[in-house]
Design a protein around this ligand. Structure first.
Ligand code: AMP
Length: 211
């Protein structure tokens, strides 16, 4: 299964990706997670992207395509992948199309999670993330067993720099301006499946119908 998960920050792309992964062995590839790991490790890439990410801006298409061109050719991608947070601009979508053509691969579908803005803002301001393994919590709907401590690995749970109200506002604007045009791009390609929910069940049904 080769699927793109499309939707604004907080739409539930990561949660859906994890559920789909358990279903059929595809890997989740989150460009945001890759970049956060680079920042945590203090690599050159991490230093290049840190400021843009903290402000909620996109990093350059060139950097993202360098990462993804390599990542999509790794061994674990043979079984399929769920792209979470990529592509995010029309140039990235065009570059991905060219890359897949070169590799002789095709996408199965682009799942658009279509969620009301107030739900997203509420979700993002209450979201917390493990700073080690990336497990996602929500202080209202999915708190950890022990406050501030990850259930999975025991590390600290933190609020991401880009989940302050100001950064969230910017990320939503960036989404509307730069990423939302991908909905029409993939509709024109006949790949778009829109699901007006981020609950697991309707999304699984939509994807099963599509496949
Ligand atoms: P995410 O975890 O997907 O919300 O991504 C967090 C941040 O990483 C974004 O706000 C961007 O700064 C950066 N980022 C992740 N994926 C991309 C991408 N495909 N293109 C540009 N920037 C990205």
């Amino acid at each position: 299964m080769k699927v793109i998960l499309l939707g604004p920050p907080g739409a539930g792309k990561g949660t859906i990706a994890k559920a789909l992964m358990q279903h059929d062995g595809s890997v989740q590839i989150s460009t945001g997670d890759i970049l956060r790991a680079a920042i945590a490790a203090g690599t050159t890439l991490g230093k290049q992207v840190e400021a843009a990410m903290a402000a909620g801006n996109l990093v350059t298409d060139e950097l993202i395509m360098d990462i993804m061109e390599q990542r999509l050719q790794e061994e674990d991608c043979q079984q399929g992948y769920l792209l979470d947070g990529f592509p995010r601009t029309i140039p990235q979508a065009e570059a991905l199309k060219a890359l897949l053509a070169k590799l002789g691969e095709t996408l199965d579908c682009v799942l658009e999670l279509d969620i009301p803005r107030d739900v997203i803002v509420d979700r993002l301001t209450t979201r917390r993330t493990c700073n080690n393994c990336g497990e996602i919590y929500n202080i209202k709907s999915k708190p950890p067993r022990v406050e501030g401590v990850c259930d999975v690995c025991g590390s600290d749970i933190v609020q991401r720099d880009d989940e302050t109200e100001e950064a969230i506002e910017n990320r939503l604007q960036v989404y509307n301006q730069q990423t939302a045009p991908l909905v029409d791009f993939y509709r024109n390609d006949g790949l778009l499946v829109s699901v007006p929910s981020s609950d697991i069940e309707p999304v699984m049904q939509a994807i099963q119908q599509r496949l």
